[in-house]
Design a protein around this ligand. Sequence first.
Ligand code: BG6
Length: 487
Amino acid sequence: MQTDSSFTFVLFGGTGDLSMRKILPALFEAHRAGGMLADSGKIVAVARHATDRREYIEWVNEHVKPHVSKNGVDETAWASFLERIEFVNIDLGKAEDFVHLRDAIKDLPGIRVFYLATGPSLFVPICHALASVGLNENSRIVLEKPLGYDLKSSNAINDAVGEIFAEEQIYRIDHYLGKEPVQNLLALRFGNALFEPLWRREWVESIQITIAEELGVEARGDFYDNTGALRDMVQNHLLQLLSIVAMEPPHSMDSDSVRDEKLRVLRALKPIDPRDIGKVAVRGQYHSGVIRGTAVPAYATESGVRPDSTTETFVALKVEIENWRWAGVPFFLRTGKRLADRVAEIVVNFRAVPHSALGASALRAGANRLVIRLQPNETIRLYCLAKQPGEGMNLASVHLDLAFDQFFREGQMEAYQRLLLDVINGRLALFVRRDEQEAAWRWVEPILNEWKVSNKPPKPYASGTWGPAASSAMLAQHGTCWLEEEN
Ligand code: BG6
């Protein structure tokens, strides 16, 4: 597909970690693939840690190149990619410096995209400075998380940004929405008549959504210690996945139809009663342990973390949705750092048959289940019972596989690449609308408050495990267990 949507992509925080690992590599992939970015499109990096374009390009060669194309860099494509890059050195704290930015981009064609890969404290000053030199016209602004610390601070940012940019100019990134299997879940649900009748309380017993990481807090101890897993992963990624799984079929795939339906789910989340918090929420913190044969330290000894920190690095929740489709169906959400495996998946457990003419083995676990794996190896698997070959009627669990990399050998895209192309092309469906973000904060805040008031320390868990035992106990109370516990 050849595009002619010209653009000027202004990257604030041009020498930051996100630019290095995600944004510039994603733009390079789009460039290398050919036809996705207009030839006239330019990338204008804004940073203070380089003095001029030559120095910035050196930085890109040294720091970004190692993060592109796992199978080696196409040198011709890399050289032509660098030609797209311009550089402006301004002090983001000085509004008057933005005149230089305006002068640098005023004659460049196409839509302007301002990508704020900076700390959130700079969002509002940057927006004001852009407006002061008239750069908020004919433009889009991309905001990275964290967008606030709670409802109040997120509203403050949204109000201030909203005074300068209209909502349809604002692209709030949640990179989980750009992952291929999330898109495929929409295709599976709304492109096939098969699943939709089953996608409801009559046929679904429970749903699990897990985002487990092996990594710890890495170099972000300082940030993470003031954030914790609930704000870092649940308020955004997990609730966004939940809303995609649970939403009603939208009228169309246009951005507001999809986001209206997601919003309905977020607004229908059953508020958590503080008195029940011990039953429906588990918070944990990793201690030292071993991951894939390597000893790793406790969270409290990580750099930037307070030694007596009570910040959670693990959360498991039981969530309910108060509507006709889902009333009474538990959604178990879980995320954590330094867990036993790196995996993100959605597990839909369908109900067992009401009566088994085939004997007790037809009621066994491991079947009647759809597993949507987001990472690693993206697959959607439907587990069914089948007769084992040979004598008698012995049943075993088998699966039907949708392994995307085998069906579609080309065209796989990283989340950031897809999302950046959407911004450049003005497609908002995969970005979080303000009202969705507010609804998510509204639901999460009572949990944060209750944890704060009760002042109980998080439950310890050894690195390399699946979190505190209380997480399994919570599911056991509902007669179920996490997927990995079945094997
Ligand atoms: C980010 C969180 O939003 O998502 C990180 O801030 C987390 O703490 C990351 O590690 C996980 O993303 P992915 O795509 O690597 O699963």
